[in-house]
Design a protein around this ligand. Structure first.
Ligand code: PYL
Length: 272
């Protein structure tokens, strides 16, 4: 999993209204609607939910990412929930949150970013949540995915979650990963769950054959300008963005990419 950097996230808190407007233009849904669909919740049932939420800075591993907890908190606030960032970090932050009556905790080390509901025991992992949220967004971008071919690039935690969600929307999922054993494992899981899937071993050929992509791989310049067609739709949770800069311009509103918004929104509704 790529570790975010400050400049990946430094504008999130101040651009969420514009971000949500762009999301509605691309998908027809707001961030909250995408997250609700990704978690099977009804928006109407969320209005009376007002749990105390805390975000805890974690210094372990490579340490604090400047702006990370603030960005997470701003997304939670944007969705209409009350949230605090603990003064203390790590264990002290957990103790502070629990003693202040927090019901839901958000915290991230270098390996996992989770939301936990202390009352219900529910846990949501950012990778899994991001995959589901992006699959829902892509389905709306394409006005439905029933029987449509979708190329899933990157069979990591986000890609696995996205592939299963895409198959659940009726998409015919093709799986590519640089690591053949990873794509084979995901292919077998899709088949085991009764979905018809396709294993791709040649990315160049796969990019010619597919015009709907979910790019969940942590690499730049995977999707180049030459691959982009006038009807191509790309949802790209992968960090860094895998679409070549010239292609980003060409795609404009047919490209969805954000470093935290969809994942965090899905996490909070997962554990409410
Ligand atoms: C959750 C993000 C999405 C992509 N990569 C993941 C990442 O960067 N993880 C590391 C998060 C570290 C946060 C740090 C802090 O500021 O609390 N421990």
């Amino acid at each position: 999993m790529t570790r975010l950097e400050q400049n990946d996230i430094n504008e999130i808190a101040t651009t969420l209204v514009d971000y949500d407007e762009a999301l509605i233009r691309k998908t027809g849904c707001s961030l909250k609607e995408i997250a609700a669909q990704a978690t099977g919740r009804r928006i109407s049932e969320l209005f009376d939910q007002n749990p105390q939420i805390a975000v805890i800075p974690m210094t372990c591993g490579q340490g604090i990412i400047e702006g990370f907890v603030e960005s997470v908190a701003s997304i939670i606030t944007h969705l209409g929930f009350k949230v605090t960032i603990t003064e203390s970090r790590d264990t002290g932050g957990v103790a502070e949150a629990v003693q202040s009556g927090a019901e839901i905790l958000f915290m991230a080390d270098d390996d996992r970013f989770v939301a936990v509901n202390l009352r219900t025991g529910k846990v949501s992992d950012n990778g899994d949540a991001t995959g589901r949220g992006y699959a829902v967004a892509l389905e709306h971008m394409c006005a439905g995915l029933q029987d449509k071919k979708v190329l899933l690039i990157g069979a990591g935690p986000v890609g696995n979650s996205a592939a299963l969600a895409l198959a659940g929307c009726g998409a015919k999922v093709s799986v590519y990963d640089l690591n053949l054993s990873s794509s084979q494992r995901l292919f077998r899981e899709l088949e085991k769950q009764g979905y018809t899937a396709r294993l791709e071993t040649d990315l160049e050929a796969a990019l010619v054959r597919h015009h709907i992509l979910l790019d969940a791989c942590p690499a730049e310049d995977v999707i180049m300008l030459r691959h982009i067609t006038t009807d191509m739709m790309i949802a790209a949770p992968g960090i860094p963005l895998g679409v070549q800069a010239l292609g980003v311009e060409q795609l404009s509103e047919r490209l969805l990419h954000d470093p935290l918004q969809i994942g965090v929104a899905t996490m909070i509704l997962d554990v409410l």
